[in-house]
Design a protein around this ligand. Structure first.
Ligand SMILES: *[C@@H]1O[C@H](CO)[C@@H](O)[C@H](O)[C@H]1NC(C)=O
Ligand SMILES: *[C@@H]1O[C@H](CO)[C@@H](O)[C@H](O)[C@H]1NC(C)=O
Length: 927
């Protein structure tokens, strides 16, 4: 929705230009642990493994690790640590390093994993000369060097894919008791504590740091990699850049007003997973930590990396990328993915953290939003105009102004007196409503939520244990502590229809500001020494009785959306699928909702960056991603608006949104030719709605990104490694949005030359032979989209007001033939909103085309759905020898079909096959 812009109105009014207020946010040097650990560059790691302590039990190797004072000959042990190396299924390993006997337990991230990871077998292969080699049941190996500690992960090809601590940057700062200052004569005996150990300041904010320093860090090297990817959310390129000059990439969920482009600054989301890729292999590391984190990247092939460093670290090998994660607290907990292909590592990550479940179908259609549709008449007007101007839309959204003065779960009694009627009017057209509920709670006497939360102790506490008070939209606000199961349950229950009158199963939710945003907090968020719930355990008192916000910050929003999700399920007896949009994101968020890229602006650069931003989120598990279409701040001129709709129509989450102070810009408010172009973009989305739905079904099963970087499908094609202005939907469509003004052509890279891939322009069915870059001419109405030869795509060409009204409509099947004259595809159908698919009430069908027949078959014979849809038309592009006859076979029925030839006689249209899609069918061709 928006950031704390209103507070800055004064600043803007006196003429400061658009842009981020950088001094509100920390640099690495202003973040105590980042500065401290980034400068820690020992020649040799002090950490070593005690070989006498190694035990393998089940899938876990455990051993003691010690830090040794290497400056003396005597090897004085400084501290004890516990190492656990676990073998998990699917070529994944987990490395945990914690203090062997911490003063009190260190925080372990709680909600990112989708349940306990599945174990694989682990055995010791060899143990000699201070080197232990272990292997999992598949044969992936880990070579552990005891001193200094180093772990090398070996893939099935026998290559080292990932190395831990090769750069000696393993560090776990032990928890300590604060020493009272002793003014001893003999000052040598007084341990001088580093400044900032027990408290830090940023601007006017003081962080009390009651546990002192407790940072962790570790480096991961990827030999023979060309690039690394991941660690969203940033406005940078998909392929991450070397950070030796400037700051590392930062992961800390923040509400950054007018965030800037090409930046490593933290913004709303923080997903600590990184992937390496080169022609030989792909690997990855998931840094399982929810505290503030900074990530350094050194790509030895970058011209900015001096050759002396290349020689020192890699012996002159430029094909290698090193990364280093530094977190403020927690333990070292890293999952290592051994690939070996991009699709393997992306899957390995979603195996751990979950895939998005099948979303309700409407949520894949077009969303119309603004801060704000001001009252019921406004909503009605927008709803009517969508129809008057023939703009298909499934959802109208309400931002914060619908509430009774920013009190969530209430309606403004003047502007929204009849919410049930309003919702009923929308649903009569198959449309839905989404309303916003933010996690800040207005501190107002008489507001039930505030009174309950105060009385029951449900708010996050400040450093002294009192209810924390911050400033947000409602003014003075407090924040629910979702970490407490009782609070989460209470919050979930607020979504029950009886507790949120005016809502129905067709009202869905938007959780914004959940970084959380606190206008007067340090870096516009919650102070790190705030206290969160910790399950009570015997002997947990003092500092062991609660977690600090610093430990959990990046997963706060995840707990928020999980609680919302639970509530939305409960309100309809777990019958209907919820749709939730969240701004904050962490590992695992994809299990509960969609993510958008926050408060962007109506500028070409923000349109362009929506592609790499969503690609980066997508490979990090969040396939359901989009940006505010049109830009949130500022006003998009017709050309930008047109290009943004055209781009948005081919991104997973497709929502137009705008700031309250900008000019209204619903599609019909532009001149007629522009309105027509926006309509056309929406209609293209609706024609492919079943294609999108099928992609998301497949994602729910295989965990692979819906929106894919080219290198996922073409991992050996080096040109694809850095392409982030075009992408694939599944392995089926290639999209190259136009993101620059005034262009009459764009360069498009068509991958797959080695496989003799054909790419069909979806507008003309013209087949391009993949041969790298070519120049695509574009007009203002052109969206460069190509269907891969060998793919069959289902379309619906009778566009209606909303997607649900199209449920029974007939299909047009577009068959794009590969060089061998064959093609295949898939189609998923269910009721679009319930969980009945879990009871086999769905169709997941496969299409197959060969020159003598086209088939539509159900691999799962137990799954059925009584759709009334039928096949209206089959378009076969790239046909060489047209068949003479075509005959449909369905059940006992046989029917001769008519065909027509088009274009240069290479597009064949089979007319009105009429086959019902609820049952298998076959069309035979003769020549
Ligand atoms: C619902 O639609 C009816 C018929 O158009 C209209 O009279 C009524 O005002 C609408 N209700 C709301 C709350 O918009
Ligand atoms: C065409 O068929 C050949 C031989 O079966 C196969 O090797 C090749 O992969 C196929 N090409 C495509 C694009 O499917």
């Amino acid at each position: 929705m928006k950031s704390w812009g209103l507070l800055l109105v004064a600043a803007l009014a006196i003429g400061s230009s658009f842009g981020v207020h950088k001094n509100n946010f920390k640099t690495c040097d202003q973040s105590g642990f980042c500065k401290r650990l980034r400068s820690f560059k020992p020649e040799k790691s002090q950490y070593s493994l005690n070989l006498d302590t190694v035990i393998v039990h089940g899938n876990v190797l455990s051993a003691e690790v010690n830090t040794v004072d290497t400056t003396t000959q005597k090897r004085i042990i400084l501290w004890h640590y516990a190492l656990r190396l676990s073998a998990l299924v699917d070529g994944t390993f987990r490395v945990e390093i914690d203090e062997a006997d911490p003063l009190y337990p260190r925080y372990r991230t709680q909600l990112a994993l989708n349940g306990e990871p599945k174990a694989d077998g682990l055995k010791i292969v060899s143990n000699e000369n201070g080197i232990i080699t272990v292997a999992n049941s598949q044969g992936h190996k880990v070579i552990i060097t005891a001193e200094p500690l180093k772990l090398e992960f070996v893939n099935l090809a026998g290559d080292v894919a990932v190395i831990l601590n090769d750069n000696a940057q393993l560090m776990v700062e032990p928890l300590r008791v604060k020493k009272e200052r002793v003014d001893d004569e003999d000052t040598n005996l007084v341990e001088v504590e580093e400044e900032g150990t027990w408290g830090e300041n940023f601007k006017s904010h003081h962080d009390s740091k009651p546990r002192g320093n407790e940072a962790v860090s570790l480096d991961f090297s990827f030999p023979e990699a060309d690039n690394v990817y991941g660690i969203p959310e940033h406005t940078d390129k998909l392929a991450l850049r070397t950070t030796t000059s400037g700051d590392p990439y930062r992961l800390y969920n923040l509400d950054v007003f007018e965030y800037e482009l090409d930046s490593r600054m933290a913004i709303y989301g923080a997903i600590p997973v990184v992937y390496s890729h080169g022609p030989k292999r792909t690997a990855g590391v998931f840094w399982h930590n929810s505290a503030e984190t900074w990530v350094d990247v050194v790509n030895y092939a970058d011209s900015t990396v001096v050759s002396s460093l290349v020689n020192l670290v890699t012996g002159g090998q430029k094909r290698r990328v090193d990364t280093r994660f530094i977190s403020e607290s927690g333990i070292v907990d890293a999952f290592v993915f051994l690939g070996e292909k991009p699709a393997d590592v992306f899957r390995q990550y979603t195996q751990l953290t979950g895939s998005a479940p099948i979303p309700p179908k409407f949520s894949l259609a077009y969303h119309q939003c603004r801060w704000n549709y001001v009252d019921e008449a406004d909503v009605r007007g927008v709803d009517d105009n969508l129809d008057n101007y023939d703009i298909p839309a499934d959802v109208i959204w309400l931002d914060i102004e619908y509430t009774d003065r920013k009190k969530y779960f209430t309606w403004d009694p003047i502007k929204f007196p009849h919410p049930s009627d309003m919702v009923a009017n929308l649903t009569a057209k198959g449309r839905k409503l989404v309303v916003i509920v933010d996690p800040h709670v207005k501190r107002e006497a008489g507001y039930f939520l505030h009174e309950d939360a105060t009385e029951l102790g449900y708010y996050v506490k400040d450093k002294d244990g009192k209810d924390y008070e911050g400033w947000c939209w409602p003014g003075s606000s407090s924040y629910l502590d979702f970490f407490d199961p009782a609070v989460s349950k209470y919050n979930s229950e607020r979504y029950l229809f009886e507790n949120f009158p005016g809502t129905s199963k067709d009202v869905h939710l938007w959780n914004d500001m959940n970084e959380p945003s606190v206008f007067n907090g340090p870096e516009i968020t919650m102070p790190k020494d705030c206290r969160h719930y910790k399950p009570p355990q015997d002997g947990n008192d003092g500092l062991a009785a609660f977690w600090e916000h610093r430990h959990v910050h990046n997963e706060y929003g995840l707990w928020n959306v999980r609680s919302t999700h639970e509530g939305m399920l409960q309100r309809v007896d777990n019958k209907y699928r919820p749709f939730i949009l969240t701004r904050s994101a962490f590992s695992g968020t994809q299990r509960y909702g969609a993510v958008w890229t926050g408060d962007n602006a109506a500028e070409w650069g923000f349109l362009a960056v929506s592609v790499p931003m969503c690609l980066s989120l997508s490979v990090a598990g969040v396939s359901f991603c989009g940006s505010d279409v049109g830009g949130f701040f500022k006003y998009p001129e017709p050309e930008l608006m047109t290009r943004w709709y055209q781009a948005g129509a081919f991104q997973p989450f497709f929502r137009a949104h705008s700031h309250i102070e900008t000019k209204r810009r619903e599609p019909w408010l532009y001149e007629a030719p522009t309105t027509a172009l926006l309509r056309d973009a929406n209609r293209r989305r609706y024609a492919l709605i079943d294609f999108w739905y099928t992609l998301f079904y497949e994602h729910s099963v295989d965990g692979l990104p819906v929106m894919r970087p080219l290198f996922q499908e073409y991992p050996h094609e080096e040109d694809t490694f850095t392409i982030d202005d075009q992408y694939l939907l599944g392995d089926k469509l290639l999209i190259r949005p136009v993101v620059q003004p005034g262009v009459s052509s764009v360069p498009v890279y068509l991958p797959g030359a080695a496989q003799r891939t054909l790419w069909y322009d979806v507008d003309s069915y013209h087949a391009h032979h993949a041969a790298g870059y070519f120049t695509q001419d574009v007009t203002i109405s052109k969206i460069p989209v190509y269907q891969r030869g060998g793919i069959i795509i289902p379309r619906k060409e009778r566009i209606r007001r909303s997607s649900s009204l199209m449920a029974d409509d007939p299909y047009t099947l577009v068959v794009a033939l590969d060089v061998n004259g064959t093609a295949q595809g898939s189609l998923y159908i269910d009721d679009g909103e319930s969980y009945e698919y879990r009871n086999n009430k769905y169709i997941y069908a496969k299409f197959k085309y060969e020159s003598n027949a086209m088939t539509y078959s159900f691999p799962n014979e137990n799954a059925h759905y009584p759709t009334r849809s039928w096949v209206e038309r089959i378009v076969i592009a790239g046909i060489k020898t047209p068949p003479k006859t075509a005959k449909l076979h369905q059940g006992d029925k046989q029917l001769s079909l008519q065909m027509t030839l088009h274009k240069g006689n290479d597009v064949l249209v089979v007319r009105k096959p009429g086959a019902n899609m609820a049952h298998p069918w076959k069309i035979t061709f003769s020549y």
